[in-house]
Structures are given as C-alpha cells and as structure tokens.
Design a protein around this ligand. Structure first.
Ligand code: NAP
Length: 475
C-alpha cells in the first residue's frame, strides 16, 4: 500500500526524506514505515488545498454529494480489507474494526445526502425597510487532526462534512495509525475527489506541523479530535489568527444503573459502553454508579461477562479484546488500577498487567472504589470498569456531574419520567437512555464542558464547515 504523503493528488516523499515506523500493538514489531511530513510539507499541503478551494466550492453540491457517495461504496466494497488494516495498526479486535469501518463509511453516505441540503434564509427586516438574506458558504481550507482510537471514523466524520460543504482539507492522522488514513486518501481519489481537495500528512512532529498550518492565514478552520490537553494547546494557537475551531475532546462517561432497571439490558449496555474498542473510546463508560440494592448482582454479572471475553491479537477472528495501542497506554491503565487498589478497591477480575509481549491489559472490574480516586476522575482508556454504589437519585446525579468532562452519560431505569429528568440533569452533550451506544452519523455528536466545542454528524456537523453570510437587500 501507499506509504508516502498525499499532497495535491500525488504520493510524494517527505521533503526531508525521513520516515517513521508503524508498530503492530500485538507484538511491538514494525509493520510499515511511513513518510514523515515536516513544516515545509505542511505548507505544501496548504498550498494544494488553497489552490483547489475555489473550484471545489463552485462544484455543484449534487456532484460533491455523488463523489462522497462513491467513496461510501468503495469503502463498503473494501470493508474487510480496511478492517484488517485498522486492526493491524491499532490493535483492536477485528469485530470492532469491522464495526468501525461500517460506521466510518456511513459518514460519507450521510454527508453525500447532506451536501444538497445547504439552505439559506430570507425574511423581512422588522423595520419593513429591507429584506434579510442569509446564505451559507464554505469556511475554506480546513486542518483536520485525528486520534488513533478510531483511525477511519474520526477521519470520515470530518472529511465527509467538509467536502459536502465545499471546503478543502489537510488531514493530519495520529502517528500510531497513519496507514488507514492513507488508504482512505486512495479511496477518495478513486471516488473522484479532485487533486488538492484532500491532502493527507502523516508526521511524527505533529505539534510543529499543525502549528505551522495554523500560522498560515489561508487556513480558516481546525477540527480536532483527541485529548483535552492537546485541544487546549490548539485552541490557544487558533486564537492567534482567530481560526474557526471544532473540538471533540476527552470524556469521562458515567453509567448509572437504577434499582428498577432491566438488569439484563443494563449488563448488555455496560458491555457495549465499556468494552467496544477494548475501552479505548472517548464514549467508553468510565465510572459505573449502581443503586445499592442491585449493586452486588450487577458487579457479579458484569465480572462474569467480562472474564468470558477472549483476549488476543486483534487480527484473529476469535478475539474479542485486542491489545491496547501502545506501551504508554498500558502503563497509564495499570497505574490507575494500582492507585485504586492501594486506596482500598478490590478487583473481582483482572487487576494486573500480564507478562509477555504485546500491549495487553486484561478485562478488569473494580468494586469498593473510593470516591475521589484518580480512576474516577481521569479517562481510563482501557478495559477497566470501576463500580461505585449510590443510594438516591440526587446523589447519583451529583457524582456523575462531578467532572470537568461532559461528552456522554448513560443511564438505565424502567421509569421513563426519571430517565428524562436525569437525562436532562446530566451535564453531557449526549445521553444514552437504556442504551449503551449513542454514536450515529445522523445524530449530533459532541460534548459540553471540557469535552469540546461543536458537533459532528447530523445536520449540525455540516454547519461546522459553513459560514453564514448576511446580505441586506432592498427590493
Ligand atoms: P492526542 O494525544 O490528543 O492526539 C490526537 C491527535 O493530535 C494526534 O493526531 C496527535 O498526533 C495530535 N497531536 C498531539 N500533540 C499535538 C500538538 N501539540 N499539536 C497538534 N497536534 C497534536 O489524543 P490521542 O491519544 O490520539 O487520542 C485519545 C484522546 O482522544 C482521548 O482523550 C479521547 O477521549 C479523545 N477522543 C475524543 C473523541 C470525541 O469525539 N470527543 C473521539 C475519539 C477520541 P500524534 O499521534 O503524532 O501524537
């Protein structure tokens, strides 16, 4: 497969000639080397995106939509091969990788349909003197920065709406997982995306290349998915040229189980919310709050289900939980679990790092976790479920909201009135009510508080790439 930079519709080596290694998380072995873009490659990418901008913005929305639709078809035809690539470089189980590829492709289909729904507005001025006309125009050149945990979906969730809106883009994928992004560049070119409209720039010097692009006045937007820590840095840099920003940042999702909940459904939902992607998801349930009367049974049943999961290399069909992405992630998960155990928690299953090669951590359930423990405050990003009990609704909501994050929250109850009341009280951009999965290309995905700014997916996702222009008209 192609492993060079993709700039102006061509595969080109890094200007420095440098390359970097991509590792297999199951073994730590090198599986490919990829061109390592630097600041001059970043500016060359912006040159290409800027040069292609006017023609793409002027391309009929129907044509832009059809190109995206073709990209959906190609991704769907090649789903198995793309899933293997995702699993190989990210480590996730093939079953999760297949789910991701289907989800990722859907963003192209959804935004193919949205491209022809860029509307405007005309109304009378209250004074009666003139008309107010509002049109939507593409923002311009966009820098897209994506994380390693969903290397396909986080890219299509940005490229889809940007292209539908008439913007051109430079995608800087995570350096742990650049291969999927390069494969998608090939698919987009084959689907008919003109030269320069999509550029893909793998780099090991992410900070420097993104910063160089943000300093370039031709760049009008940055859309970032990743940690809150890096999001803060990019918001500060974007402030220099007052660049439009969309930020999809970290999460710390609470998962509330009330005593009246259907426990079978709650366990099913917990397994999806916790274990999809081996826990390496911004939407992963990070803290379980279970009402006292059902807490022991919930913990027992969750432990049973988690301990039955097959752990192994992501690329093997029977694997349900693959390795984590890298050594640093395993060390972080291990540190959080050790801290919780030191503070008095007990591990009903798992709880310690296995020996041997690969970046593995076992499914783990912790009970008796001390309130205020770091594992409840920080994003775990691994297959660990800390359980805390509660005695009343107000207490559950207070604990759930006791975090600077606000991406998603889950709650299980048989009482719809309580479900809606608690759903409204939870400080999160998304709520799963009797559901352990909220992601849907047709819905606005995003967070409040320090989980982000803006939404991806739905019609809202398209608006992130459009500016409103108001024209005051006399007629
Ligand atoms: P990360 O360390 O913040 O990295 C994300 C991206 O930013 C990568 O492409 C990374 O490149 C790049 N980057 C790192 N430092 C940078 C800098 N100083 N300037 C510009 N770019 C920089 O996050 P991650 O570890 O890849 O992903 C996990 C995080 O993403 C979690 O916090 C998770 O919650 C969040 N996430 C959020 C959502 C959401 O929709 N809200 C979805 C998925 C993930 P390198 O790879 O080269 O470091």
């Amino acid at each position: 497969m192609e492993t060079e930079l993709f700039i102006g519709g061509k595969w080109v080596p890094a200007s420095s000639g440098k390359r970097f290694d991509v590792l297999d998380p199951a073994t730590g072995d090198v599986i490919a080397t990829v061109a390592d873009g630097d600041e001059s490659d970043a500016i060359a990418s912006v040159d290409a995106a800027a040069a292609a901008g006017a023609a793409w913005a002027a391309t009929a929305p129907r044509v832009r939509g059809e190109v995206l639709r073709k990209a959906w078809e190609l991704m769907t035809e090649r789903a198995d091969e793309l899933a293997k690539l995702v699993s190989l470089e990210n480590g996730k189980a093939l079953v999760d990788a297949k789910g991701e590829v289907a989800y990722a492709a859907e963003f192209f289909r959804w935004f193919a349909e949205e491209a022809v729904r860029i509307d405007g507005l005309v109304k009378n001025a209250p004074s009666g003197a003139n008309r107010i006309l509002v049109v939507h125009q593409p923002v311009g050149v966009c820098v897209l920065v994506t994380p390693w945990n969903f290397p396909a979906a986080m890219a299509t969730r940005k490229i889809g709406p940007a292209l539908a809106a008439g913007c051109t883009v430079v995608l800087k994928p995570a350096s742990d997982t650049p291969l999927t992004a390069l494969a998608m560049a090939g698919i987009l070119a084959e689907a008919g995306v003109p030269e320069g409209v999509v550029n893909v720039l793998p780099s090991r010097s992410s900070g420097k290349v993104v910063s160089a692009m943000l300093k370039d006045p031709r760049v009008r937007k940055i859309s970032f998915t990743g940690s809150t820590e890096v999001g803060r840095i990019l918001l500060a840099q974007a402030a220099e040229n007052v660049v439009n920003t969309s930020m999809e940042l970290g999460g710390n999702a609470p998962f509330l189980v009330f005593a009246d909940a259907d426990l079978d459904a709650a366990i099913e939902g917990a397994m999806i919310a916790k274990m999809r992607n081996g826990g390496e998801a911004c939407t992963a349930a990070n803290r379980f709050y279970v009402e006292e009367p059902v807490a022991a049974e919930f913990s027992r049943r969750l432990s049973e289900r988690m301990s039955a999961l097959v752990v192994g290399p992501g690329t093997e069909e029977k694997t349900q939980v693959g390795p984590l992405v890298n050594e640093e992630t395993v060390a972080k998960v291990d540190g959080l679990v050790r801290g919780a155990l030191d503070e008095g928690a007990s591990a009903t299953i798992g709880g310690s790092r296995p020996s041997g090669q690969g970046f593995y951590y076992p499914p783990t359930v912790l009970t008796g976790v001390a309130p205020g423990s770091a594992i409840l405050r920080e994003e775990i990003f691994g297959p660990v479920a800390p359980i805390v009990t509660f005695t009343d609704e107000a207490d559950a909501v207070r604990m759930a909201n006791d975090t600077e994050f606000g991406l998603v929250a889950y709650l299980y109850t048989a009482d719809l009135a309580r479900g809606l009341r608690v759903g409204e009280a939870l400080e999160a951009g998304m709520v799963g009510l009797n559901r352990g999965l909220v992601s849907d290309p047709a819905a606005p995905f995003g967070g409040v508080k320090q989980s982000g700014i803006g939404r991806e997916g739905g019609h809202e996702g398209l608006l992130e790439y459009l500016e409103s222009k108001y024209i005051a008209v006399n007629w």
